[in-house]
Design a protein around this ligand. Structure first.
Ligand SMILES: Cc1ncc(COP(=O)(O)O)c(C=O)c1O
Length: 403
């Protein structure tokens, strides 16, 4: 059916396939750490730019000046949310690009870097490449709750340490790391600290006014903005070589005409996060706790990976013992519920989550785990439906999978 949305009967996907009716049930989206629905205010602002304001920010006539002004307003909105100067913000094509820019720009053969075992693949994989090129990497393990000790990170710093790189809040478990404490230590030891704050921004306070990190990555699509745009914060005059040469945009850090509409959308998303973030974080915490209490009261042999302390209020990672996470994920999908097994980027792979195994969970326990992440548009009725479905599906799958 032309114009049907993907939860409506007759939806035809871009390949021309009409989805079977059982997939077109009303959806409950609990995977906000993978990506978030774009906020209507963001769509509106982006639509104005896409439809009416096509200028190139580098052009010196009126259309260009208008586009430049749009980009600079967005820069100020992002900077204000993060507590930095406008001049510290460099727009990128997302957090993966921002992380790669810092790692490849800071480290060469013989340098030493301290990081953790609970990083996102956009830190893990560039570091593996750099390690093969002669960079020395120390990876500090988390405790059973997913927390990494700032003191252990500090103990790993050596004379040749060029960089410390740490995730602010983990995408799989929501564990929040002691960034403030580590920033103090790195500042005293004069070592640069890079923080991947992609999951933290908009969900927990990220105010760099009082926290001395050297660089920080962020991404718009995790907080109601569009995909493919993010920002790298570069502080204290930090100058890095670009990944993409040509044009000299973003103070020479990222060549290429700016993605004006997406940058504008990111600015609006940041403004919404600044004014509403704390209230939403509290509301999500209540929904997340309702989900956990529901699961815990209806099902046996469930374990909250990471637990409630120092965890993003929207994130719940649960092990359903004896259940293959992928099977439960698909059963929930057929009932209209979207959740994640491990990180989104790992979906489709049967490798157990490296984050959960680093926290001491066995490969089988990691494979039996699902991540529920709450966000804009989720309500109590949806949570109650998810609990009701889990209490039917989990025992059924356990019976089938029992040896
Ligand atoms: C912690 C973290 N860092 C980086 C990224 C990558 O962000 P982007 O999709 O903007 O490249 C993600 C996205 O899943 C993330 O959760």
């Amino acid at each position: 059916m032309q114009g049907a949305r993907f939860w409506e009967p007759g939806f035809e996907d871009p390949t021309g396939t009409v989805w079977p009716e059982e997939l077109t049930v009303m959806r409950i989206y609990l995977d906000h750490n993978a990506t978030t629905p774009i906020r209507p205010e963001v769509v509106e602002a982006m639509t104005t730019v896409l439809r009416d304001e096509f200028g190139n920010p580098s052009s010196v006539y009126a259309e260009g000046a208008n586009a430049r002004a749009r980009v600079e307003v967005a820069r100020a909105q992002v900077a204000r949310l993060l507590g930095v100067e406008d001049a510290d913000i460099r727009f990128t094509g997302g957090a993966t690009e921002a992380n790669n820019t810092v790692l490849f720009g800071s480290l060469t053969s013989g340098d030493h870097v301290v990081t953790t075992l609970v990083e996102h693949p956009s830190i893990v994989e560039p570091l593996a490449v750099l390690e093969a090129r002669g960079v020395l990497v120390d990876r500090v393990a988390p405790d059973e709750h997913g927390g990494v000790s700032a003191v252990e990170m500090a103990d790993a710093i050596r004379d040749r340490t060029r960089l410390v790189a740490m995730i602010w809040a983990n995408n799989e478990t929501g564990s929040i790391q002691p960034v403030e404490e580590l920033a103090e230590i790195c500042s005293e030891r004069s070592v640069a600290l890079h923080v991947d704050a992609t999951q933290a921004i908009g969900k927990c306070p990220v105010d760099l006014g009082s926290i001395r990190v050297s660089s920080l990555s962020s991404s718009a699509h995790k907080l109601g903005g569009p995909k493919g745009v993010g920002a790298l914060v570069c502080r204290n005059g930090l100058v890095l070589p670009p990944l993409l040469y040509g044009g000299g945009q973003e103070k020479g850090l990222r060549g290429g005409t700016e993605n004006v509409a997406s940058i504008v959308g990111y600015g609006v998303a940041c403004e919404l996060a600044r004014t509403e973030g704390a209230a939403y974080a509290e509301a999500y915490g209540k929904l997340r706790d309702r989900l956990w209490h529901g699961i815990e009261s209806k099902l046996e042999d469930v374990h909250w990976n990471g637990g409630p302390d120092r965890t993003l209020s929207n994130t719940l990672n649960v092990e359903f013992s004896g259940v293959a996470g992928e099977v439960l994920l698909q059963a929930l999908d057929l009932e209209g519920i979207a959740v994640s097994a491990g990180a989104a980027c790992h979906s489709g792979s049967i490798e157990p989550s490296q984050v959960l195994t680093a926290m001491g969970r066995s490969p089988d326990q990691a494979r039996a785990s699902l991540r529920f992440s709450i966000g804009w548009g989720v309500d109590e009725a949806q949570i109650d439906r998810v609990v009701a479905l889990l209490s039917e599906l989990v025992p059924r799958i356990r019976k089938v999978e029992a040896p």
